[in-house]
Write a protein that binds this ligand. Structure first.
Ligand code: HEM
Length: 444
């Protein structure tokens, strides 16, 4: 932080166009824009956007200030809501204040470490099921496989339901929704204006609404030990939750709980296909710890290289590449004043690839994750799951799932990339690959 700087100064940054400012460059330039402005202007970047001043902070300490120390001043404002609210309504991801606290309190027990252990068998069971449908030498669209796998896992673990019959519908709805919601027109134009992208978003939401209603009805008929049943019988200040509230929570968990993990698995598989030495070391660990046994919770402490592979993959390809907040009150960061209403960005993509924190930052080197590295890093130099009170509620679930999926898959298969080596990332809410990732699967 530069204490000498007058707090009336504005950080440097791109100038942009009249009225729309640098927003089009930001949206069309995607992650390259984020990286370029960080490298060109430094830790504090400012530009004028359609909705007013925009800041991108690139130093881990300032990001910690926004997400942790002064988190109550940084809410999920209009830029966040414009993209996600039409899908996830007022569920835990979007809500604020008391309503968010209630949502988090109701959902948290499903993510208790003891509860999560119960999910391990489902995670390996579905992965083995997927592997059984593969035949030696065939080619697969691996991201589609990962989306279906993680969707089945989250639906079974959290809601106690099988969604096998709806996999294609849910996949198509998200394929339509996510790019439309992050399109230039949706992001910069006021909500009231009808747009083709908004029509696509509504149609996708209608499809998902139907499926979520079915899940809720099923749990109403046969309540169990799952999140939906808990929400159905929860009391909030003496009242039951409304149908809409329950609906919004279920759709939030269904979507937030699978796309991110699928993205992280796809990039991990891609990186392994490009780094045979790392794959050999991973398989050697699996052979030594598991042999031909299905992995279980108790095996995880022995699978430390597997965990480092996933950590390193989420460093280079963070499934959520950017976090956005809106300042409630004026604040001062790095000696610069941040006015109330300003949009504030922090990008995992930019920070995780910054050579100040990581040697040879663009190289995939799982072995870099030593205790010494972790102790030397600023806290927010690695934040795939965000930080502070709005940190991902599913972080443990996701790390358990990623390790078990990877271990089960690589015990049985070697995957060989058949599509383009240069994967282009589309930063919607997540870092989805733009094109199909085609892999040939070979039995070990
Ligand atoms: C590799 C996998 C995952 C990554 C990288 C990830 C990342 C994130 C990030 C960065 C946030 C914060 C977003 C923000 O504040 O703007 C978040 C929030 C959230 N995530 Fe995850 N997530 C993952 C998996 C999961 C899973 C498996 C679930 C549920 C089963 C889940 C449920 C949620 C929910 C409900 C929130 C909102 C929490 C709140 O606002 O209180 N996530 N996630």
């Amino acid at each position: 932080m530069d204490a000498e700087r007058s707090s009336s100064e504005t950080p440097p940054g791109p100038r942009g166009l009249p009225i729309v400012g640098a927003d089009p460059a930001m949206i069309l330039g995607r992650l390259d824009f984020r990286t370029r402005v960080a490298r060109e202007y430094g830790d504090y970047v400012h530009w004028q956007g359609m909705r007013g001043p925009v800041y991108q902070f690139n130093h881990p300490d300032d990001i910690e200030h926004v997400l942790v120390q002064n988190n109550q001043n940084y809410v999920k404002g209009e830029s966040f809501q414009q993209i996600l609210e039409p899908l996830t309504g007022n569920g835990i991801l979007n809500s604020h204040g008391e309503e968010w606290r209630r949502n988090r309190r109701l959902i948290q027990p499903a993510f208790h470490p003891e509860r999560i252990e119960v999910y391990a068998g489902m995670m390996t069971g579905f992965t083995e099921g997927m592997c059984r449908t593969w035949s030696d030498g065939e080619t697969r669209l691996i991201h589609d496989d990962m989306m279906e796998l993680t969707l089945q896992i989250v639906a079974k673990a959290l809601f106690g339901v099988d969604v096998e019959d709806h996999l294609a519908e849910i996949g198509a709805a998200l394929d339509a929704y996510l790019p439309a919601s992050s399109s230039l027109a949706n992001v910069i134009l006021p909500k009231a204006i009808p747009l083709p992208s908004r029509r696509k978003m509504r149609d996708a939401r209608d499809t998902l609404d139907g499926i979520v209603d079915e899940i809720i009805q099923e749990r109403r008929r046969n309540p169990g030990d799952d999140v939906v049943s808990k929400l159905l019988f929860a009391e909030d200040g003496g009242h039951e939750l409304s149908e809409q509230q329950i609906h919004d929570e279920v759709i939030t968990l269904l979507t937030a709980g699978h796309e991110t993990t699928a993205v992280s698995m796809t990039y991990t598989i891609y990186l392994l296909s490009q780094h045979p030495r790392v794959e050999r070391q991973l398989v050697a660990e699996l052979d030594e710890v598991l042999g031909e046994r299905t992995p279980e919770m108790g095996d995880l402490p022995g699978l430390s290289y597997t965990e480092r592979v996933i950590k390193e993959s989420m460093r280079l390809f963070p499934p959520v590449p950017i976090i956005v907040r809106e300042a409630v009150e004026p604040d001062t960061i790095g000696g610069y004043s941040v006015p109330a209403g300003a949009t504030v960005y922090a990008s995992q993509w930019v920070v995780h690839r910054d050579s100040r924190w990581y040697d040879d930052a663009l190289a995939f080197r799982p072995e870099r994750w030593t205790d010494e590295l972790e102790a030397s890093l600023p806290r927010l130099a690695y934040f795939p799951f965000a930080a502070g009170p709005r940190r991902c509620i599913g972080d443990r679930f996701a790390m358990l799932e990623a390790r078990l999926i990877l271990a089960t898959m690589y015990q049985n298969y070697h995957l060989e990339l058949r599509s383009d080596r240069n994967i282009e990332v589309i930063p919607t809410v997540t870092s989805r690959p733009k094109e199909d990732v085609v892999m040939a699967v070979h039995e070990r």
